[in-house]
Design a protein around this ligand. Structure first.
Ligand SMILES: [Zn+2]
Ligand SMILES: [Zn+2]
Length: 257
């Protein structure tokens, strides 16, 4: 890259030179999310399913260079880039200590179980909302400062929200049941791109725990209430569909997982 101008009045500009290096690069980033307001909260057994407003803060911290064929990491280059914030809408669910015990998910498995469930649920959401994976992002946290519990967030990648997280909230039982099925029925050993791996994970798809994710979702869904309205039509039945977002977010603004 020859030049990066983040302050250009027409949007950030990166000037790059075509090259054919024997490696590929992947960005690593950190994402923090804070709850601004909880609009709705539904008990799922001891756990909670929530919908509301959040602020997502994302910062690209480095990139990895990987060998083209094997993916072997050749090196990591630290970057000093400003954090970006996004105010949007999100759906999130929490589980309690007792639910973790019931799911036999121990503290070492917890991060991987939440992260795997988050990725898989983002992969499944396009079956329930008219979005694609790149329109939504996710964050999973073993102990979130706002909920004080293990929490998985799935948020709209567009400022203010585009209705995808809301749709997820209203079909949450079907959506997370389908997510559980997709992971459980995948024939891979420990996770693959068809189930729990994400092409846009900011943590290099690590940690991920496929089996613990299935156990956790099984326990979470055990006491999930029926979705309020069963409907095949996208969007809530009593409200017009939210307008389609004007365009896909630019690469630099793509929500992470
Ligand atoms: Zn798989
Ligand atoms: Zn991830």
């Amino acid at each position: 890259m020859k030049r990066l101008d983040l302050d250009d009045p027409y949007g950030a500009v990166a000037l790059v030179e075509e090259a054919n290096p024997p490696y590929s690069t992947t960005a690593r980033d950190t994402t923090a999310i804070s709850v601004l307001e909880t609009d709705t909260e539904v008990p799922w057994g001891e756990g909670r399913l929530c919908f509301g407003s959040v602020e997502v803060t994302n910062q690209v911290v480095s990139f990895l260079r990987r060998k083209l064929i094997t993916g072997e990491v050749l090196g990591e280059t630290k970057l000093d880039l400003p954090a970006r914030t996004l105010r949007t809408r999100a759906v999130w669910w929490t589980v309690t200590e007792d639910q973790l015990d019931a799911a036999r998910v121990n503290p070492e498995q917890l991060g991987g179980a939440l992260h795997a469930a988050e990725h898989a649920s983002i992969g499944m959401l396009p079956l329930f909302a008219t979005c694609d994976r790149w329109d939504i992002g996710g964050v999973s946290v073993p102990l979130h400062p706002d909920t004080l519990l293990p929490t998985v967030f799935v948020y709209d990648g567009h400022p203010g929200g585009a209705g995808f997280a809301e749709r997820a909230f209203h079909t949450a039982r079907q959506w997370l049941t389908a997510t559980r099925e997709a992971i459980a029925s995948c024939e891979c050993e420990a996770g693959c791109p068809s189930c729990i791996q994400s092409p846009k994970c900011g943590n290099g798809n690590d940690p991920l725990d496929k089996r613990a994710a299935v156990r956790l979702l099984t326990v979470l869904l055990r006491e999930a209430p029926d979705d309020p309205v069963a409907s095949d039509a996208p969007g809530p039945p009593d409200a017009p569909r939210p307008p389609a977002p004007p365009e896909s977010p630019a690469a630099a603004e793509r929500p992470g997982e």
